[in-house]
Design a protein around this ligand. Structure first.
Ligand code: NIG
Ligand code: FE
Length: 401
């Protein structure tokens, strides 16, 4: 692909030695992006990027596509979503917009609908959401169980998810299943026992909703350590609805990600900053948008030195969007992230939150997961909110959109 107007690589070599704060050697932009000004070119060989650089230096290739001066970036890495569900909670959303608060209790509405749905329906819904995300530039999609809450229904969701993505997360500990309302300890025993046995073969990650109304710090620790003992790596729903132990627990256990991070003490921010190489703070502005809550303070995290990712949290209750461009725009407008920081968090940040170095970058050897924008620079993702800017998407080297 030649004649690219500006190319976001997120390549730490191009961005400076640390990859996080030095100004770009290649000019055009400060910050973490590793921006190559146009005209630039990318050579794709099979499912991988073979070469990246100035168009005038590009090696010969079998076929050539003229990008017409448009901007290119790595496909978005959406490291947090809940796409295995059935049913609709638009009435709950409408009630919230006329003043009702968001609570974790709504999850049980979706649990009932999901249990009643057939596997083919869940698969078709997931397929539709993945296509929806791809059209908006998402080329890596993590997704979770958590709306089954029985051994059968959790394993079924994960088995379906694993047909579509390698980034599958076991979230049996989303809320206490209704059958265990009077016996939360019994439910934790199930989640860490028979349910884990059935789910671990289909999943890469274990997650827990550590929050008032869901699971406390001790219960969350039990869930995560049991999953880790079975070879799953940890990620945590932490500090979404209020202050709590989730972030500290995530850092202590070496989780890949602490997700939401809306209510943080100075000690939480310090912990995330000192764990920046291990635990990413994943911010999910769709949830605050759709629950009309305060946004997480991205500026405070970035200034402290934490690693930050942006993701959709797509789910039928708190954030029913598959749009990474929407999340980027909100993060820039309302979370005091620069456009460069937000685009970096939505690509490289998500890759780090999934401990992947083959996505989230445009560099030789990385997967050829690329987003070409109908715009001259990545800044337009925030500058032109709500406008579909996808010109083309490659996933594993194949032109998909
Ligand atoms: O990440 N926080 C927990 N789970 C989802 C919401 C789930 C729901 O309301 O159905 C979230 O926001
Ligand atoms: Fe979530």
């Amino acid at each position: 692909v030649t004649n690219i107007g500006s190319l976001v690589t997120n390549d730490p070599v191009l961005a400076g030695s640390s990859g996080s704060s030095k100004s770009s050697k290649s000019g055009g932009s400060s910050g973490p992006l590793g921006l190559i000004p146009g005209p630039a070119a990318v050579v794709i060989d099979g499912d991988r990027v073979a070469w990246v650089g100035a168009a005038r230096d590009a090696p010969a290739a079998d076929a050539r596509l003229d990008a017409g001066g448009r901007a290119m970036l790595p496909g978005f890495v959406d490291s947090h979503s809940h796409l295995l569900f059935a049913g609709d909670r638009s009435a709950e959303f409408a009630a919230r917009m006329s003043g009702r608060p968001y609570t974790a209790g709504g999850i049980r509405t979706t649990v009932a609908a999901t249990r009643a749905a057939g596997g083919a329906e869940l698969d078709a819904t997931l397929t539709r959401f993945l296509a929806e995300g791809l059209r908006q530039g998402t080329t890596t999609q993590e997704t979770k169980s958590g709306y089954g809450l029985t051994v059968h229904d959790e394993a079924r969701a994960l088995e379906i998810a694993a047909r579509h993505t390698a980034e599958v997360t076991y979230l049996g500990a989303h809320v206490v299943a209704p059958e265990f309302a009077d016996d939360p300890a019994g439910y934790v025993a199930l989640v860490t026992g028979a349910m884990l046995d059935a789910c671990a073969p289909h999943a890469r990650w274990v997650d827990v909703f550590c929050e008032r109304g869901a699971f406390d710090g001790d219960q969350a620790r039990a869930v995560l350590t049991a999953g880790m003992a079975r070879g799953l790596a940890a990620r945590v729903h932490a500090n979404q609805l209020g202050h709590g132990p989730g972030v500290q627990l995530a850092v202590e256990l070496g989780a890949a990600s602490a997700d939401h991070c809306t209510y943080l003490t100075d000690a939480d921010v310090d912990a995330l900053a000192s764990a920046a190489d291990t635990t990413v703070a994943t911010l999910l502005p769709g949830a605050e948008f759709s629950t009309r809550a305060r946004y997480p303070d991205a500026r405070r995290l970035l200034d402290a030195g934490a690693s930050v990712a942006l993701s959709t949290d797509c789910n039928p209750g708190s954030s029913f969007t598959t749009s990474m461009p929407f999340c980027v725009a909100v993060a820039v407008r309302d979370m005091r992230m620069t456009p460069d920081e937000a685009v970096h968090a939505a690509t490289y940040g998500g890759a780090r939150a999934l401990r992947r170095n083959d996505v989230g970058v445009v560099a030789p050897g990385a997967r050829a997961d690329l987003l070409l924008l109908d715009a001259p620079s990545h800044v337009h993702l925030a500058y032109r909110p709500g406008v579909p800017l996808t010109a083309a998407v490659w996933k594993d080297g194949v032109l998909r959109e």
